[in-house]
Design a binder for this molecule. Structure first.
Ligand code: GTP
Ligand code: IMP
Ligand code: MG
Length: 337
């Protein structure tokens, strides 16, 4: 059974948290990373330890899983090799031999660009320039990098085999709907599409094999970098609500806004979402922090969940009540049967 998890706003919705919960719970055979590349920063917090990840699949805590990086994902070998060593995942990580490689030159071009770093507010991780070189057909691929040789594989082959054998496969994307090159707030977007369809392309699986698409929404969406944010609130108001966040990769302060139902509906439509994961419900009402059953949520939080379901038209099956993996309410059995 293949599940795809994507972001529904401007990234940082808490995909890392939701994916790590799903993987600890469902124990997929294969967890494959889709998305742009190391511009992402997923935060996984488990029993007091914090793991900031840029390329490793967020489901790595489930120690029996094969971890794969799809061909569509850009790899910075330095970042990748550091994570492999720190997390001790040498034996179970596989990198597609066709992944594009980010070089120092891409990072300097990104950071030195008035347009990318200045106007768009890119993460400065070289992803934009590397994808430009890929389109120009001059980017180096993982198969040309000796240090990556021990990990190279054909991700599409592995994934499709697992899916055909009826095993659980989880595909995790990065960034979010509003950052899609085609459907986001162009030109203030990332260098690729970010919907579930793209995530499938990234890892080499066709749409017929996907069973579930889960879109992750934050109760109070955030955005880093420039670009429109129709429901943005002043920083002072966010502070009054006790919401202050900083980017995992760049350390920049995240802009905060109110939940945008219309954007959520549209994102769910383009992703053909079958489920919603709603994170940071504790921002709405502090009493919900760490709560692990639906009954214990406040009336205010329950009303919000119902409103999201009604206006987006997709069931909310996962509710996150704090950064810890285990601070999660799982309604999948109840709502999907
Ligand atoms: P990208 O791949 O970069 O888009 O990131 P992401 O979607 O994995 O999210 P990221 O980890 O960058 O940001 C989410 C932040 O919210 C992290 O600091 C998480 O630890 C935190 N977080 C996740 N879920 C919850 C929650 O339910 N409540 C609270 N308070 N924090 C949460
Ligand atoms: P780039 O992907 O580095 O080119 O950045 C383009 C835009 O996407 C900027 O607004 C970044 O802040 C944003 N962006 C890229 N990746 C992420 C992410 O993982 N989380 C949040 N914003 C991101
Ligand atoms: Mg992030």
């Amino acid at each position: 059974m293949v599940t795809v998890v994507v972001g529904g706003q401007w990234g940082d919705e808490g995909k890392g948290k939701v994916i790590s919960y799903l993987c600890m719970r469902d124990k997929p055979h294969v967890i494959a990373r889709a998305g742009v590349g190391p511009n992402a920063g997923h935060t996984v917090m488990y029993r007091g330890r914090k793991y900031p990840l840029r390329l490793t699949p967020s489901g790595f805590l489930h120690s029996d899983a094969r971890l794969l990086i799809g061909a569509g994902v850009l790899v910075n070998p330095k970042v990748m090799l550091e994570e492999i060593e720190q997390l001790g995942i040498e034996q179970r990580i596989g990198i597609d031999r066709r992944c594009g490689i980010i070089e120092e030159e891409h990072i300097s071009r990104d950071r030195g660009s008035e347009h990318l770093a200045g106007k768009i507010g890119s993460t400065g991780t070289g992803c934009g320039p590397a994808n430009m070189d890929r389109a120009a057909r001059k980017l180096r691929l993982a198969q040309e990098v000796p240090e990556l040789e021990p990990y190279l594989t054909d991700v599409a082959e592995e994934l499709n085999r697992a899916a055909d054998e009826g095993r659980r496969v989880l595909i995790e994307s990065s960034q979010g709907f509003g950052l899609s090159l085609f459907y986001g707030t162009y030109p203030y977007v990332t260098s690729k599409d970010t919907t579930a369809g793209m995530a499938c392309v990234d890892v080499g699986i066709g749409p017929r094999k996907v069973k579930e698409v889960m879109v992750v929404f934050k109760s109070f969406p955030t955005r880093v970098g420039s670009g429109p944010f129709p429901t943005e609130m002043p920083q002072e108001e966010a502070e009054r609500l006790g919401i202050v966040e900083y980017g995992t990769v760049t350390g920049r302060r995240r802009r905060i806004g109110w939940f945008d139902y219309e954007m959520a509906r549209y994102a769910a439509m383009l992703n053909s979402a079958s489920q919603i994961a709603l994170t940071c419900i504790d921002y709405l009402d502090r009493s919900c922090r760490g709560v692990r059953s639906y009954e214990e949520l406040s009336e205010k939080a329950k009303k919000f969940v119902e409103e999201v379901e009604r206006r987006v038209g997709v069931p909310v099956t996962i509710i996150s009540t704090g950064p810890e993996v285990e601070d999660t309410i799982d309604l999948r059995e109840e709502k999907l049967g």
